[in-house]
Design a protein around this ligand. Structure first.
Ligand code: COA
Length: 385
């Protein structure tokens, strides 16, 4: 890989997930599964439960709202939402977020879709935009609801939430490298037809392809694990990351320090589950918030089913630890719901049909909510917490 361009990257970062979670041990009991399968075999402890008043727009807006104080309306040129649980097949969800946050009108606003890779596509596009427009800021939001269906194989890997990143020159957190290695090929490992909100997955095939794509881009990168202070992986469930680390260990020597940092990088995902586009960046937050401050180069592997795999690097900026959000406080403040309550919340979904619908105010949380759908138009509102 080419050396770091040095001075463009993640200046600020924030995260949001709704106020409810499920203990996957209780889910295992309800499904007649050994809890060890979920906690050890899949590597999850808790799962975010997403009420129908929360979607890719409201969660993305909530994450990005924490960055408003750092956005300069004169410098902001680009707003990107990466999501694979978008709310409209035509209009960019980023435009709803743009409205909810009162962002300036003189910006490009768009949504990027390529499964879980969409957040990375947004981040690297933002990096290139800032390189082409010195002095500019770009806002990148990765936001998703990971939903597979009650009592399905994928159920234990559900979750949801959003990460927002402000990209600029002279970043305070992570300076991104200029180059990366990428591999794209059309495969059918995971997809979601436009008439359903539940993903279709060939789970085991998807896992195999993820590892193949990782090995390919790692091999092409010329990177050595010894050059990395940490290697971060897309985390659809944390065991997937552990499998990727094991594959890396077949390709290269993996130090105890890298293994310890990997454990730090999965702590938040164990509590939230899959955030699709935001999962890699929740891993970044988990690593930075759960480890004593350190320095060096991070390697990040992004995978989006369908599929695109991209490996890129960034260098931690000295003092980054002063600019991290308190994710633990957000997670600790959530309320645990029972399996029965989770199932009721799950079933109360925005219909995939033209009928009007109102969300349940009992589960309103966060600064923004979807109040319902009227005449096939989604109604969003800001709420006072
Ligand atoms: N104690 C400990 N581990 C156990 C166990 C127990 N009692 N019972 C099973 N396990 C382990 C299995 O050995 C297996 O480990 P391995 O993957 O290291 O071989 C793991 O738990 C999963 O069990 P398995 O029966 O193989 O898988 P599954 O049929 O339940 O499917 C997924 C697992 C992840 C494929 C499924 O949840 C899924 O489809 N998820 C969504 C798709 C997805 O996220 N894909 C990745 C896209 S990037």
């Amino acid at each position: 890989m080419k050396p770091s361009r040095g001075n463009i990257g993640i200046d600020r970062i924030s995260m949001y997930t709704p106020a409810y979670y499920l203990d996957v041990r209780e889910l295992a009991e309800a499904r007649g599964v050994d809890p060890d399968k979920y906690t050890i075999g899949i590597g999850q402890d808790e799962q975010a439960v997403i009420p129908s008043s929360q979607d890719a727009v409201t969660m993305g807006a909530a994450a990005a709202a924490d960055l408003l104080a750092y956005i300069d309306p004169e410098r902001l040129g680009l707003v990107i939402l990466g999501t694979e649980s978008g709310v409209d097949a035509s209009k960019a969800g980023a435009l709803y977020i743009h409205e909810l946050l009162g962002l300036p009108h003189t910006v490009r606003v768009m949504e990027i879709k390529e499964a879980c890779y969409g957040g990375t596509a947004g981040l690297l596009t933002a990096r290139d935009y800032v390189a082409a427009h010195p002095g500019a800021q770009a806002l990148v939001i990765a936001s998703d609801v990971a939903r597979y269906g009650l009592a399905t194989g994928g159920e234990v890997t559900q979750g949801g939430g959003a990460v927002a990143m402000l990209v600029s020159e002279n970043p305070r957190i992570l300076a991104l490298s200029a180059d990366s290695t990428v591999y794209s090929e059309s495969i059918q490992d995971f997809w979601r037809p436009v008439y359903t909100d539940e993903a279709q997955a060939r789970g085991k095939y998807s896992t195999e392809q993820y590892l193949e794509f990782f090995a390919r881009v790692w091999g092409a990168s010329g990177l050595s694990a010894a050059d990395c202070a940490a290697v971060l992986f897309h985390l659809p469930y944390t065991k997937m990351g552990a499998k990727a680390l094991a594959r890396l260990a077949e390709l290269d020597a993996v130090s105890d320090e890298l293994r310890a940092r990997f454990q730090s990088s999965i702590a938040f995902s164990r509590r939230v589950g899959n955030l699709y586009t935001a999962s890699l960046y929740l891993g970044l937050l988990s690593l930075l918030c759960s480890s004593p401050a350190f320095e060096g180069q991070l390697a990040l592997f992004s995978y989006g089913s369908g599929a695109v795999g991209e490996l890129f690097t960034g260098r931690l900026v000295e003092g980054y630890e002063k600019f991290l959000p308190d994710v633990n406080a957000l997670l600790d403040a959530r309320r645990k719901v029972s399996v029965g309550e989770y199932e009721n919340i799950f079933r109360d979904a925005v219909p995939y049909g033209p009928e009007d619908y109102a969300t349940n105010p009992d589960y309103y949380c966060g600064p923004f909510v979807l109040t319902g759908v009227v005449g096939m138009e989604r109604q969003y509102a800001r709420r006072e917490e």
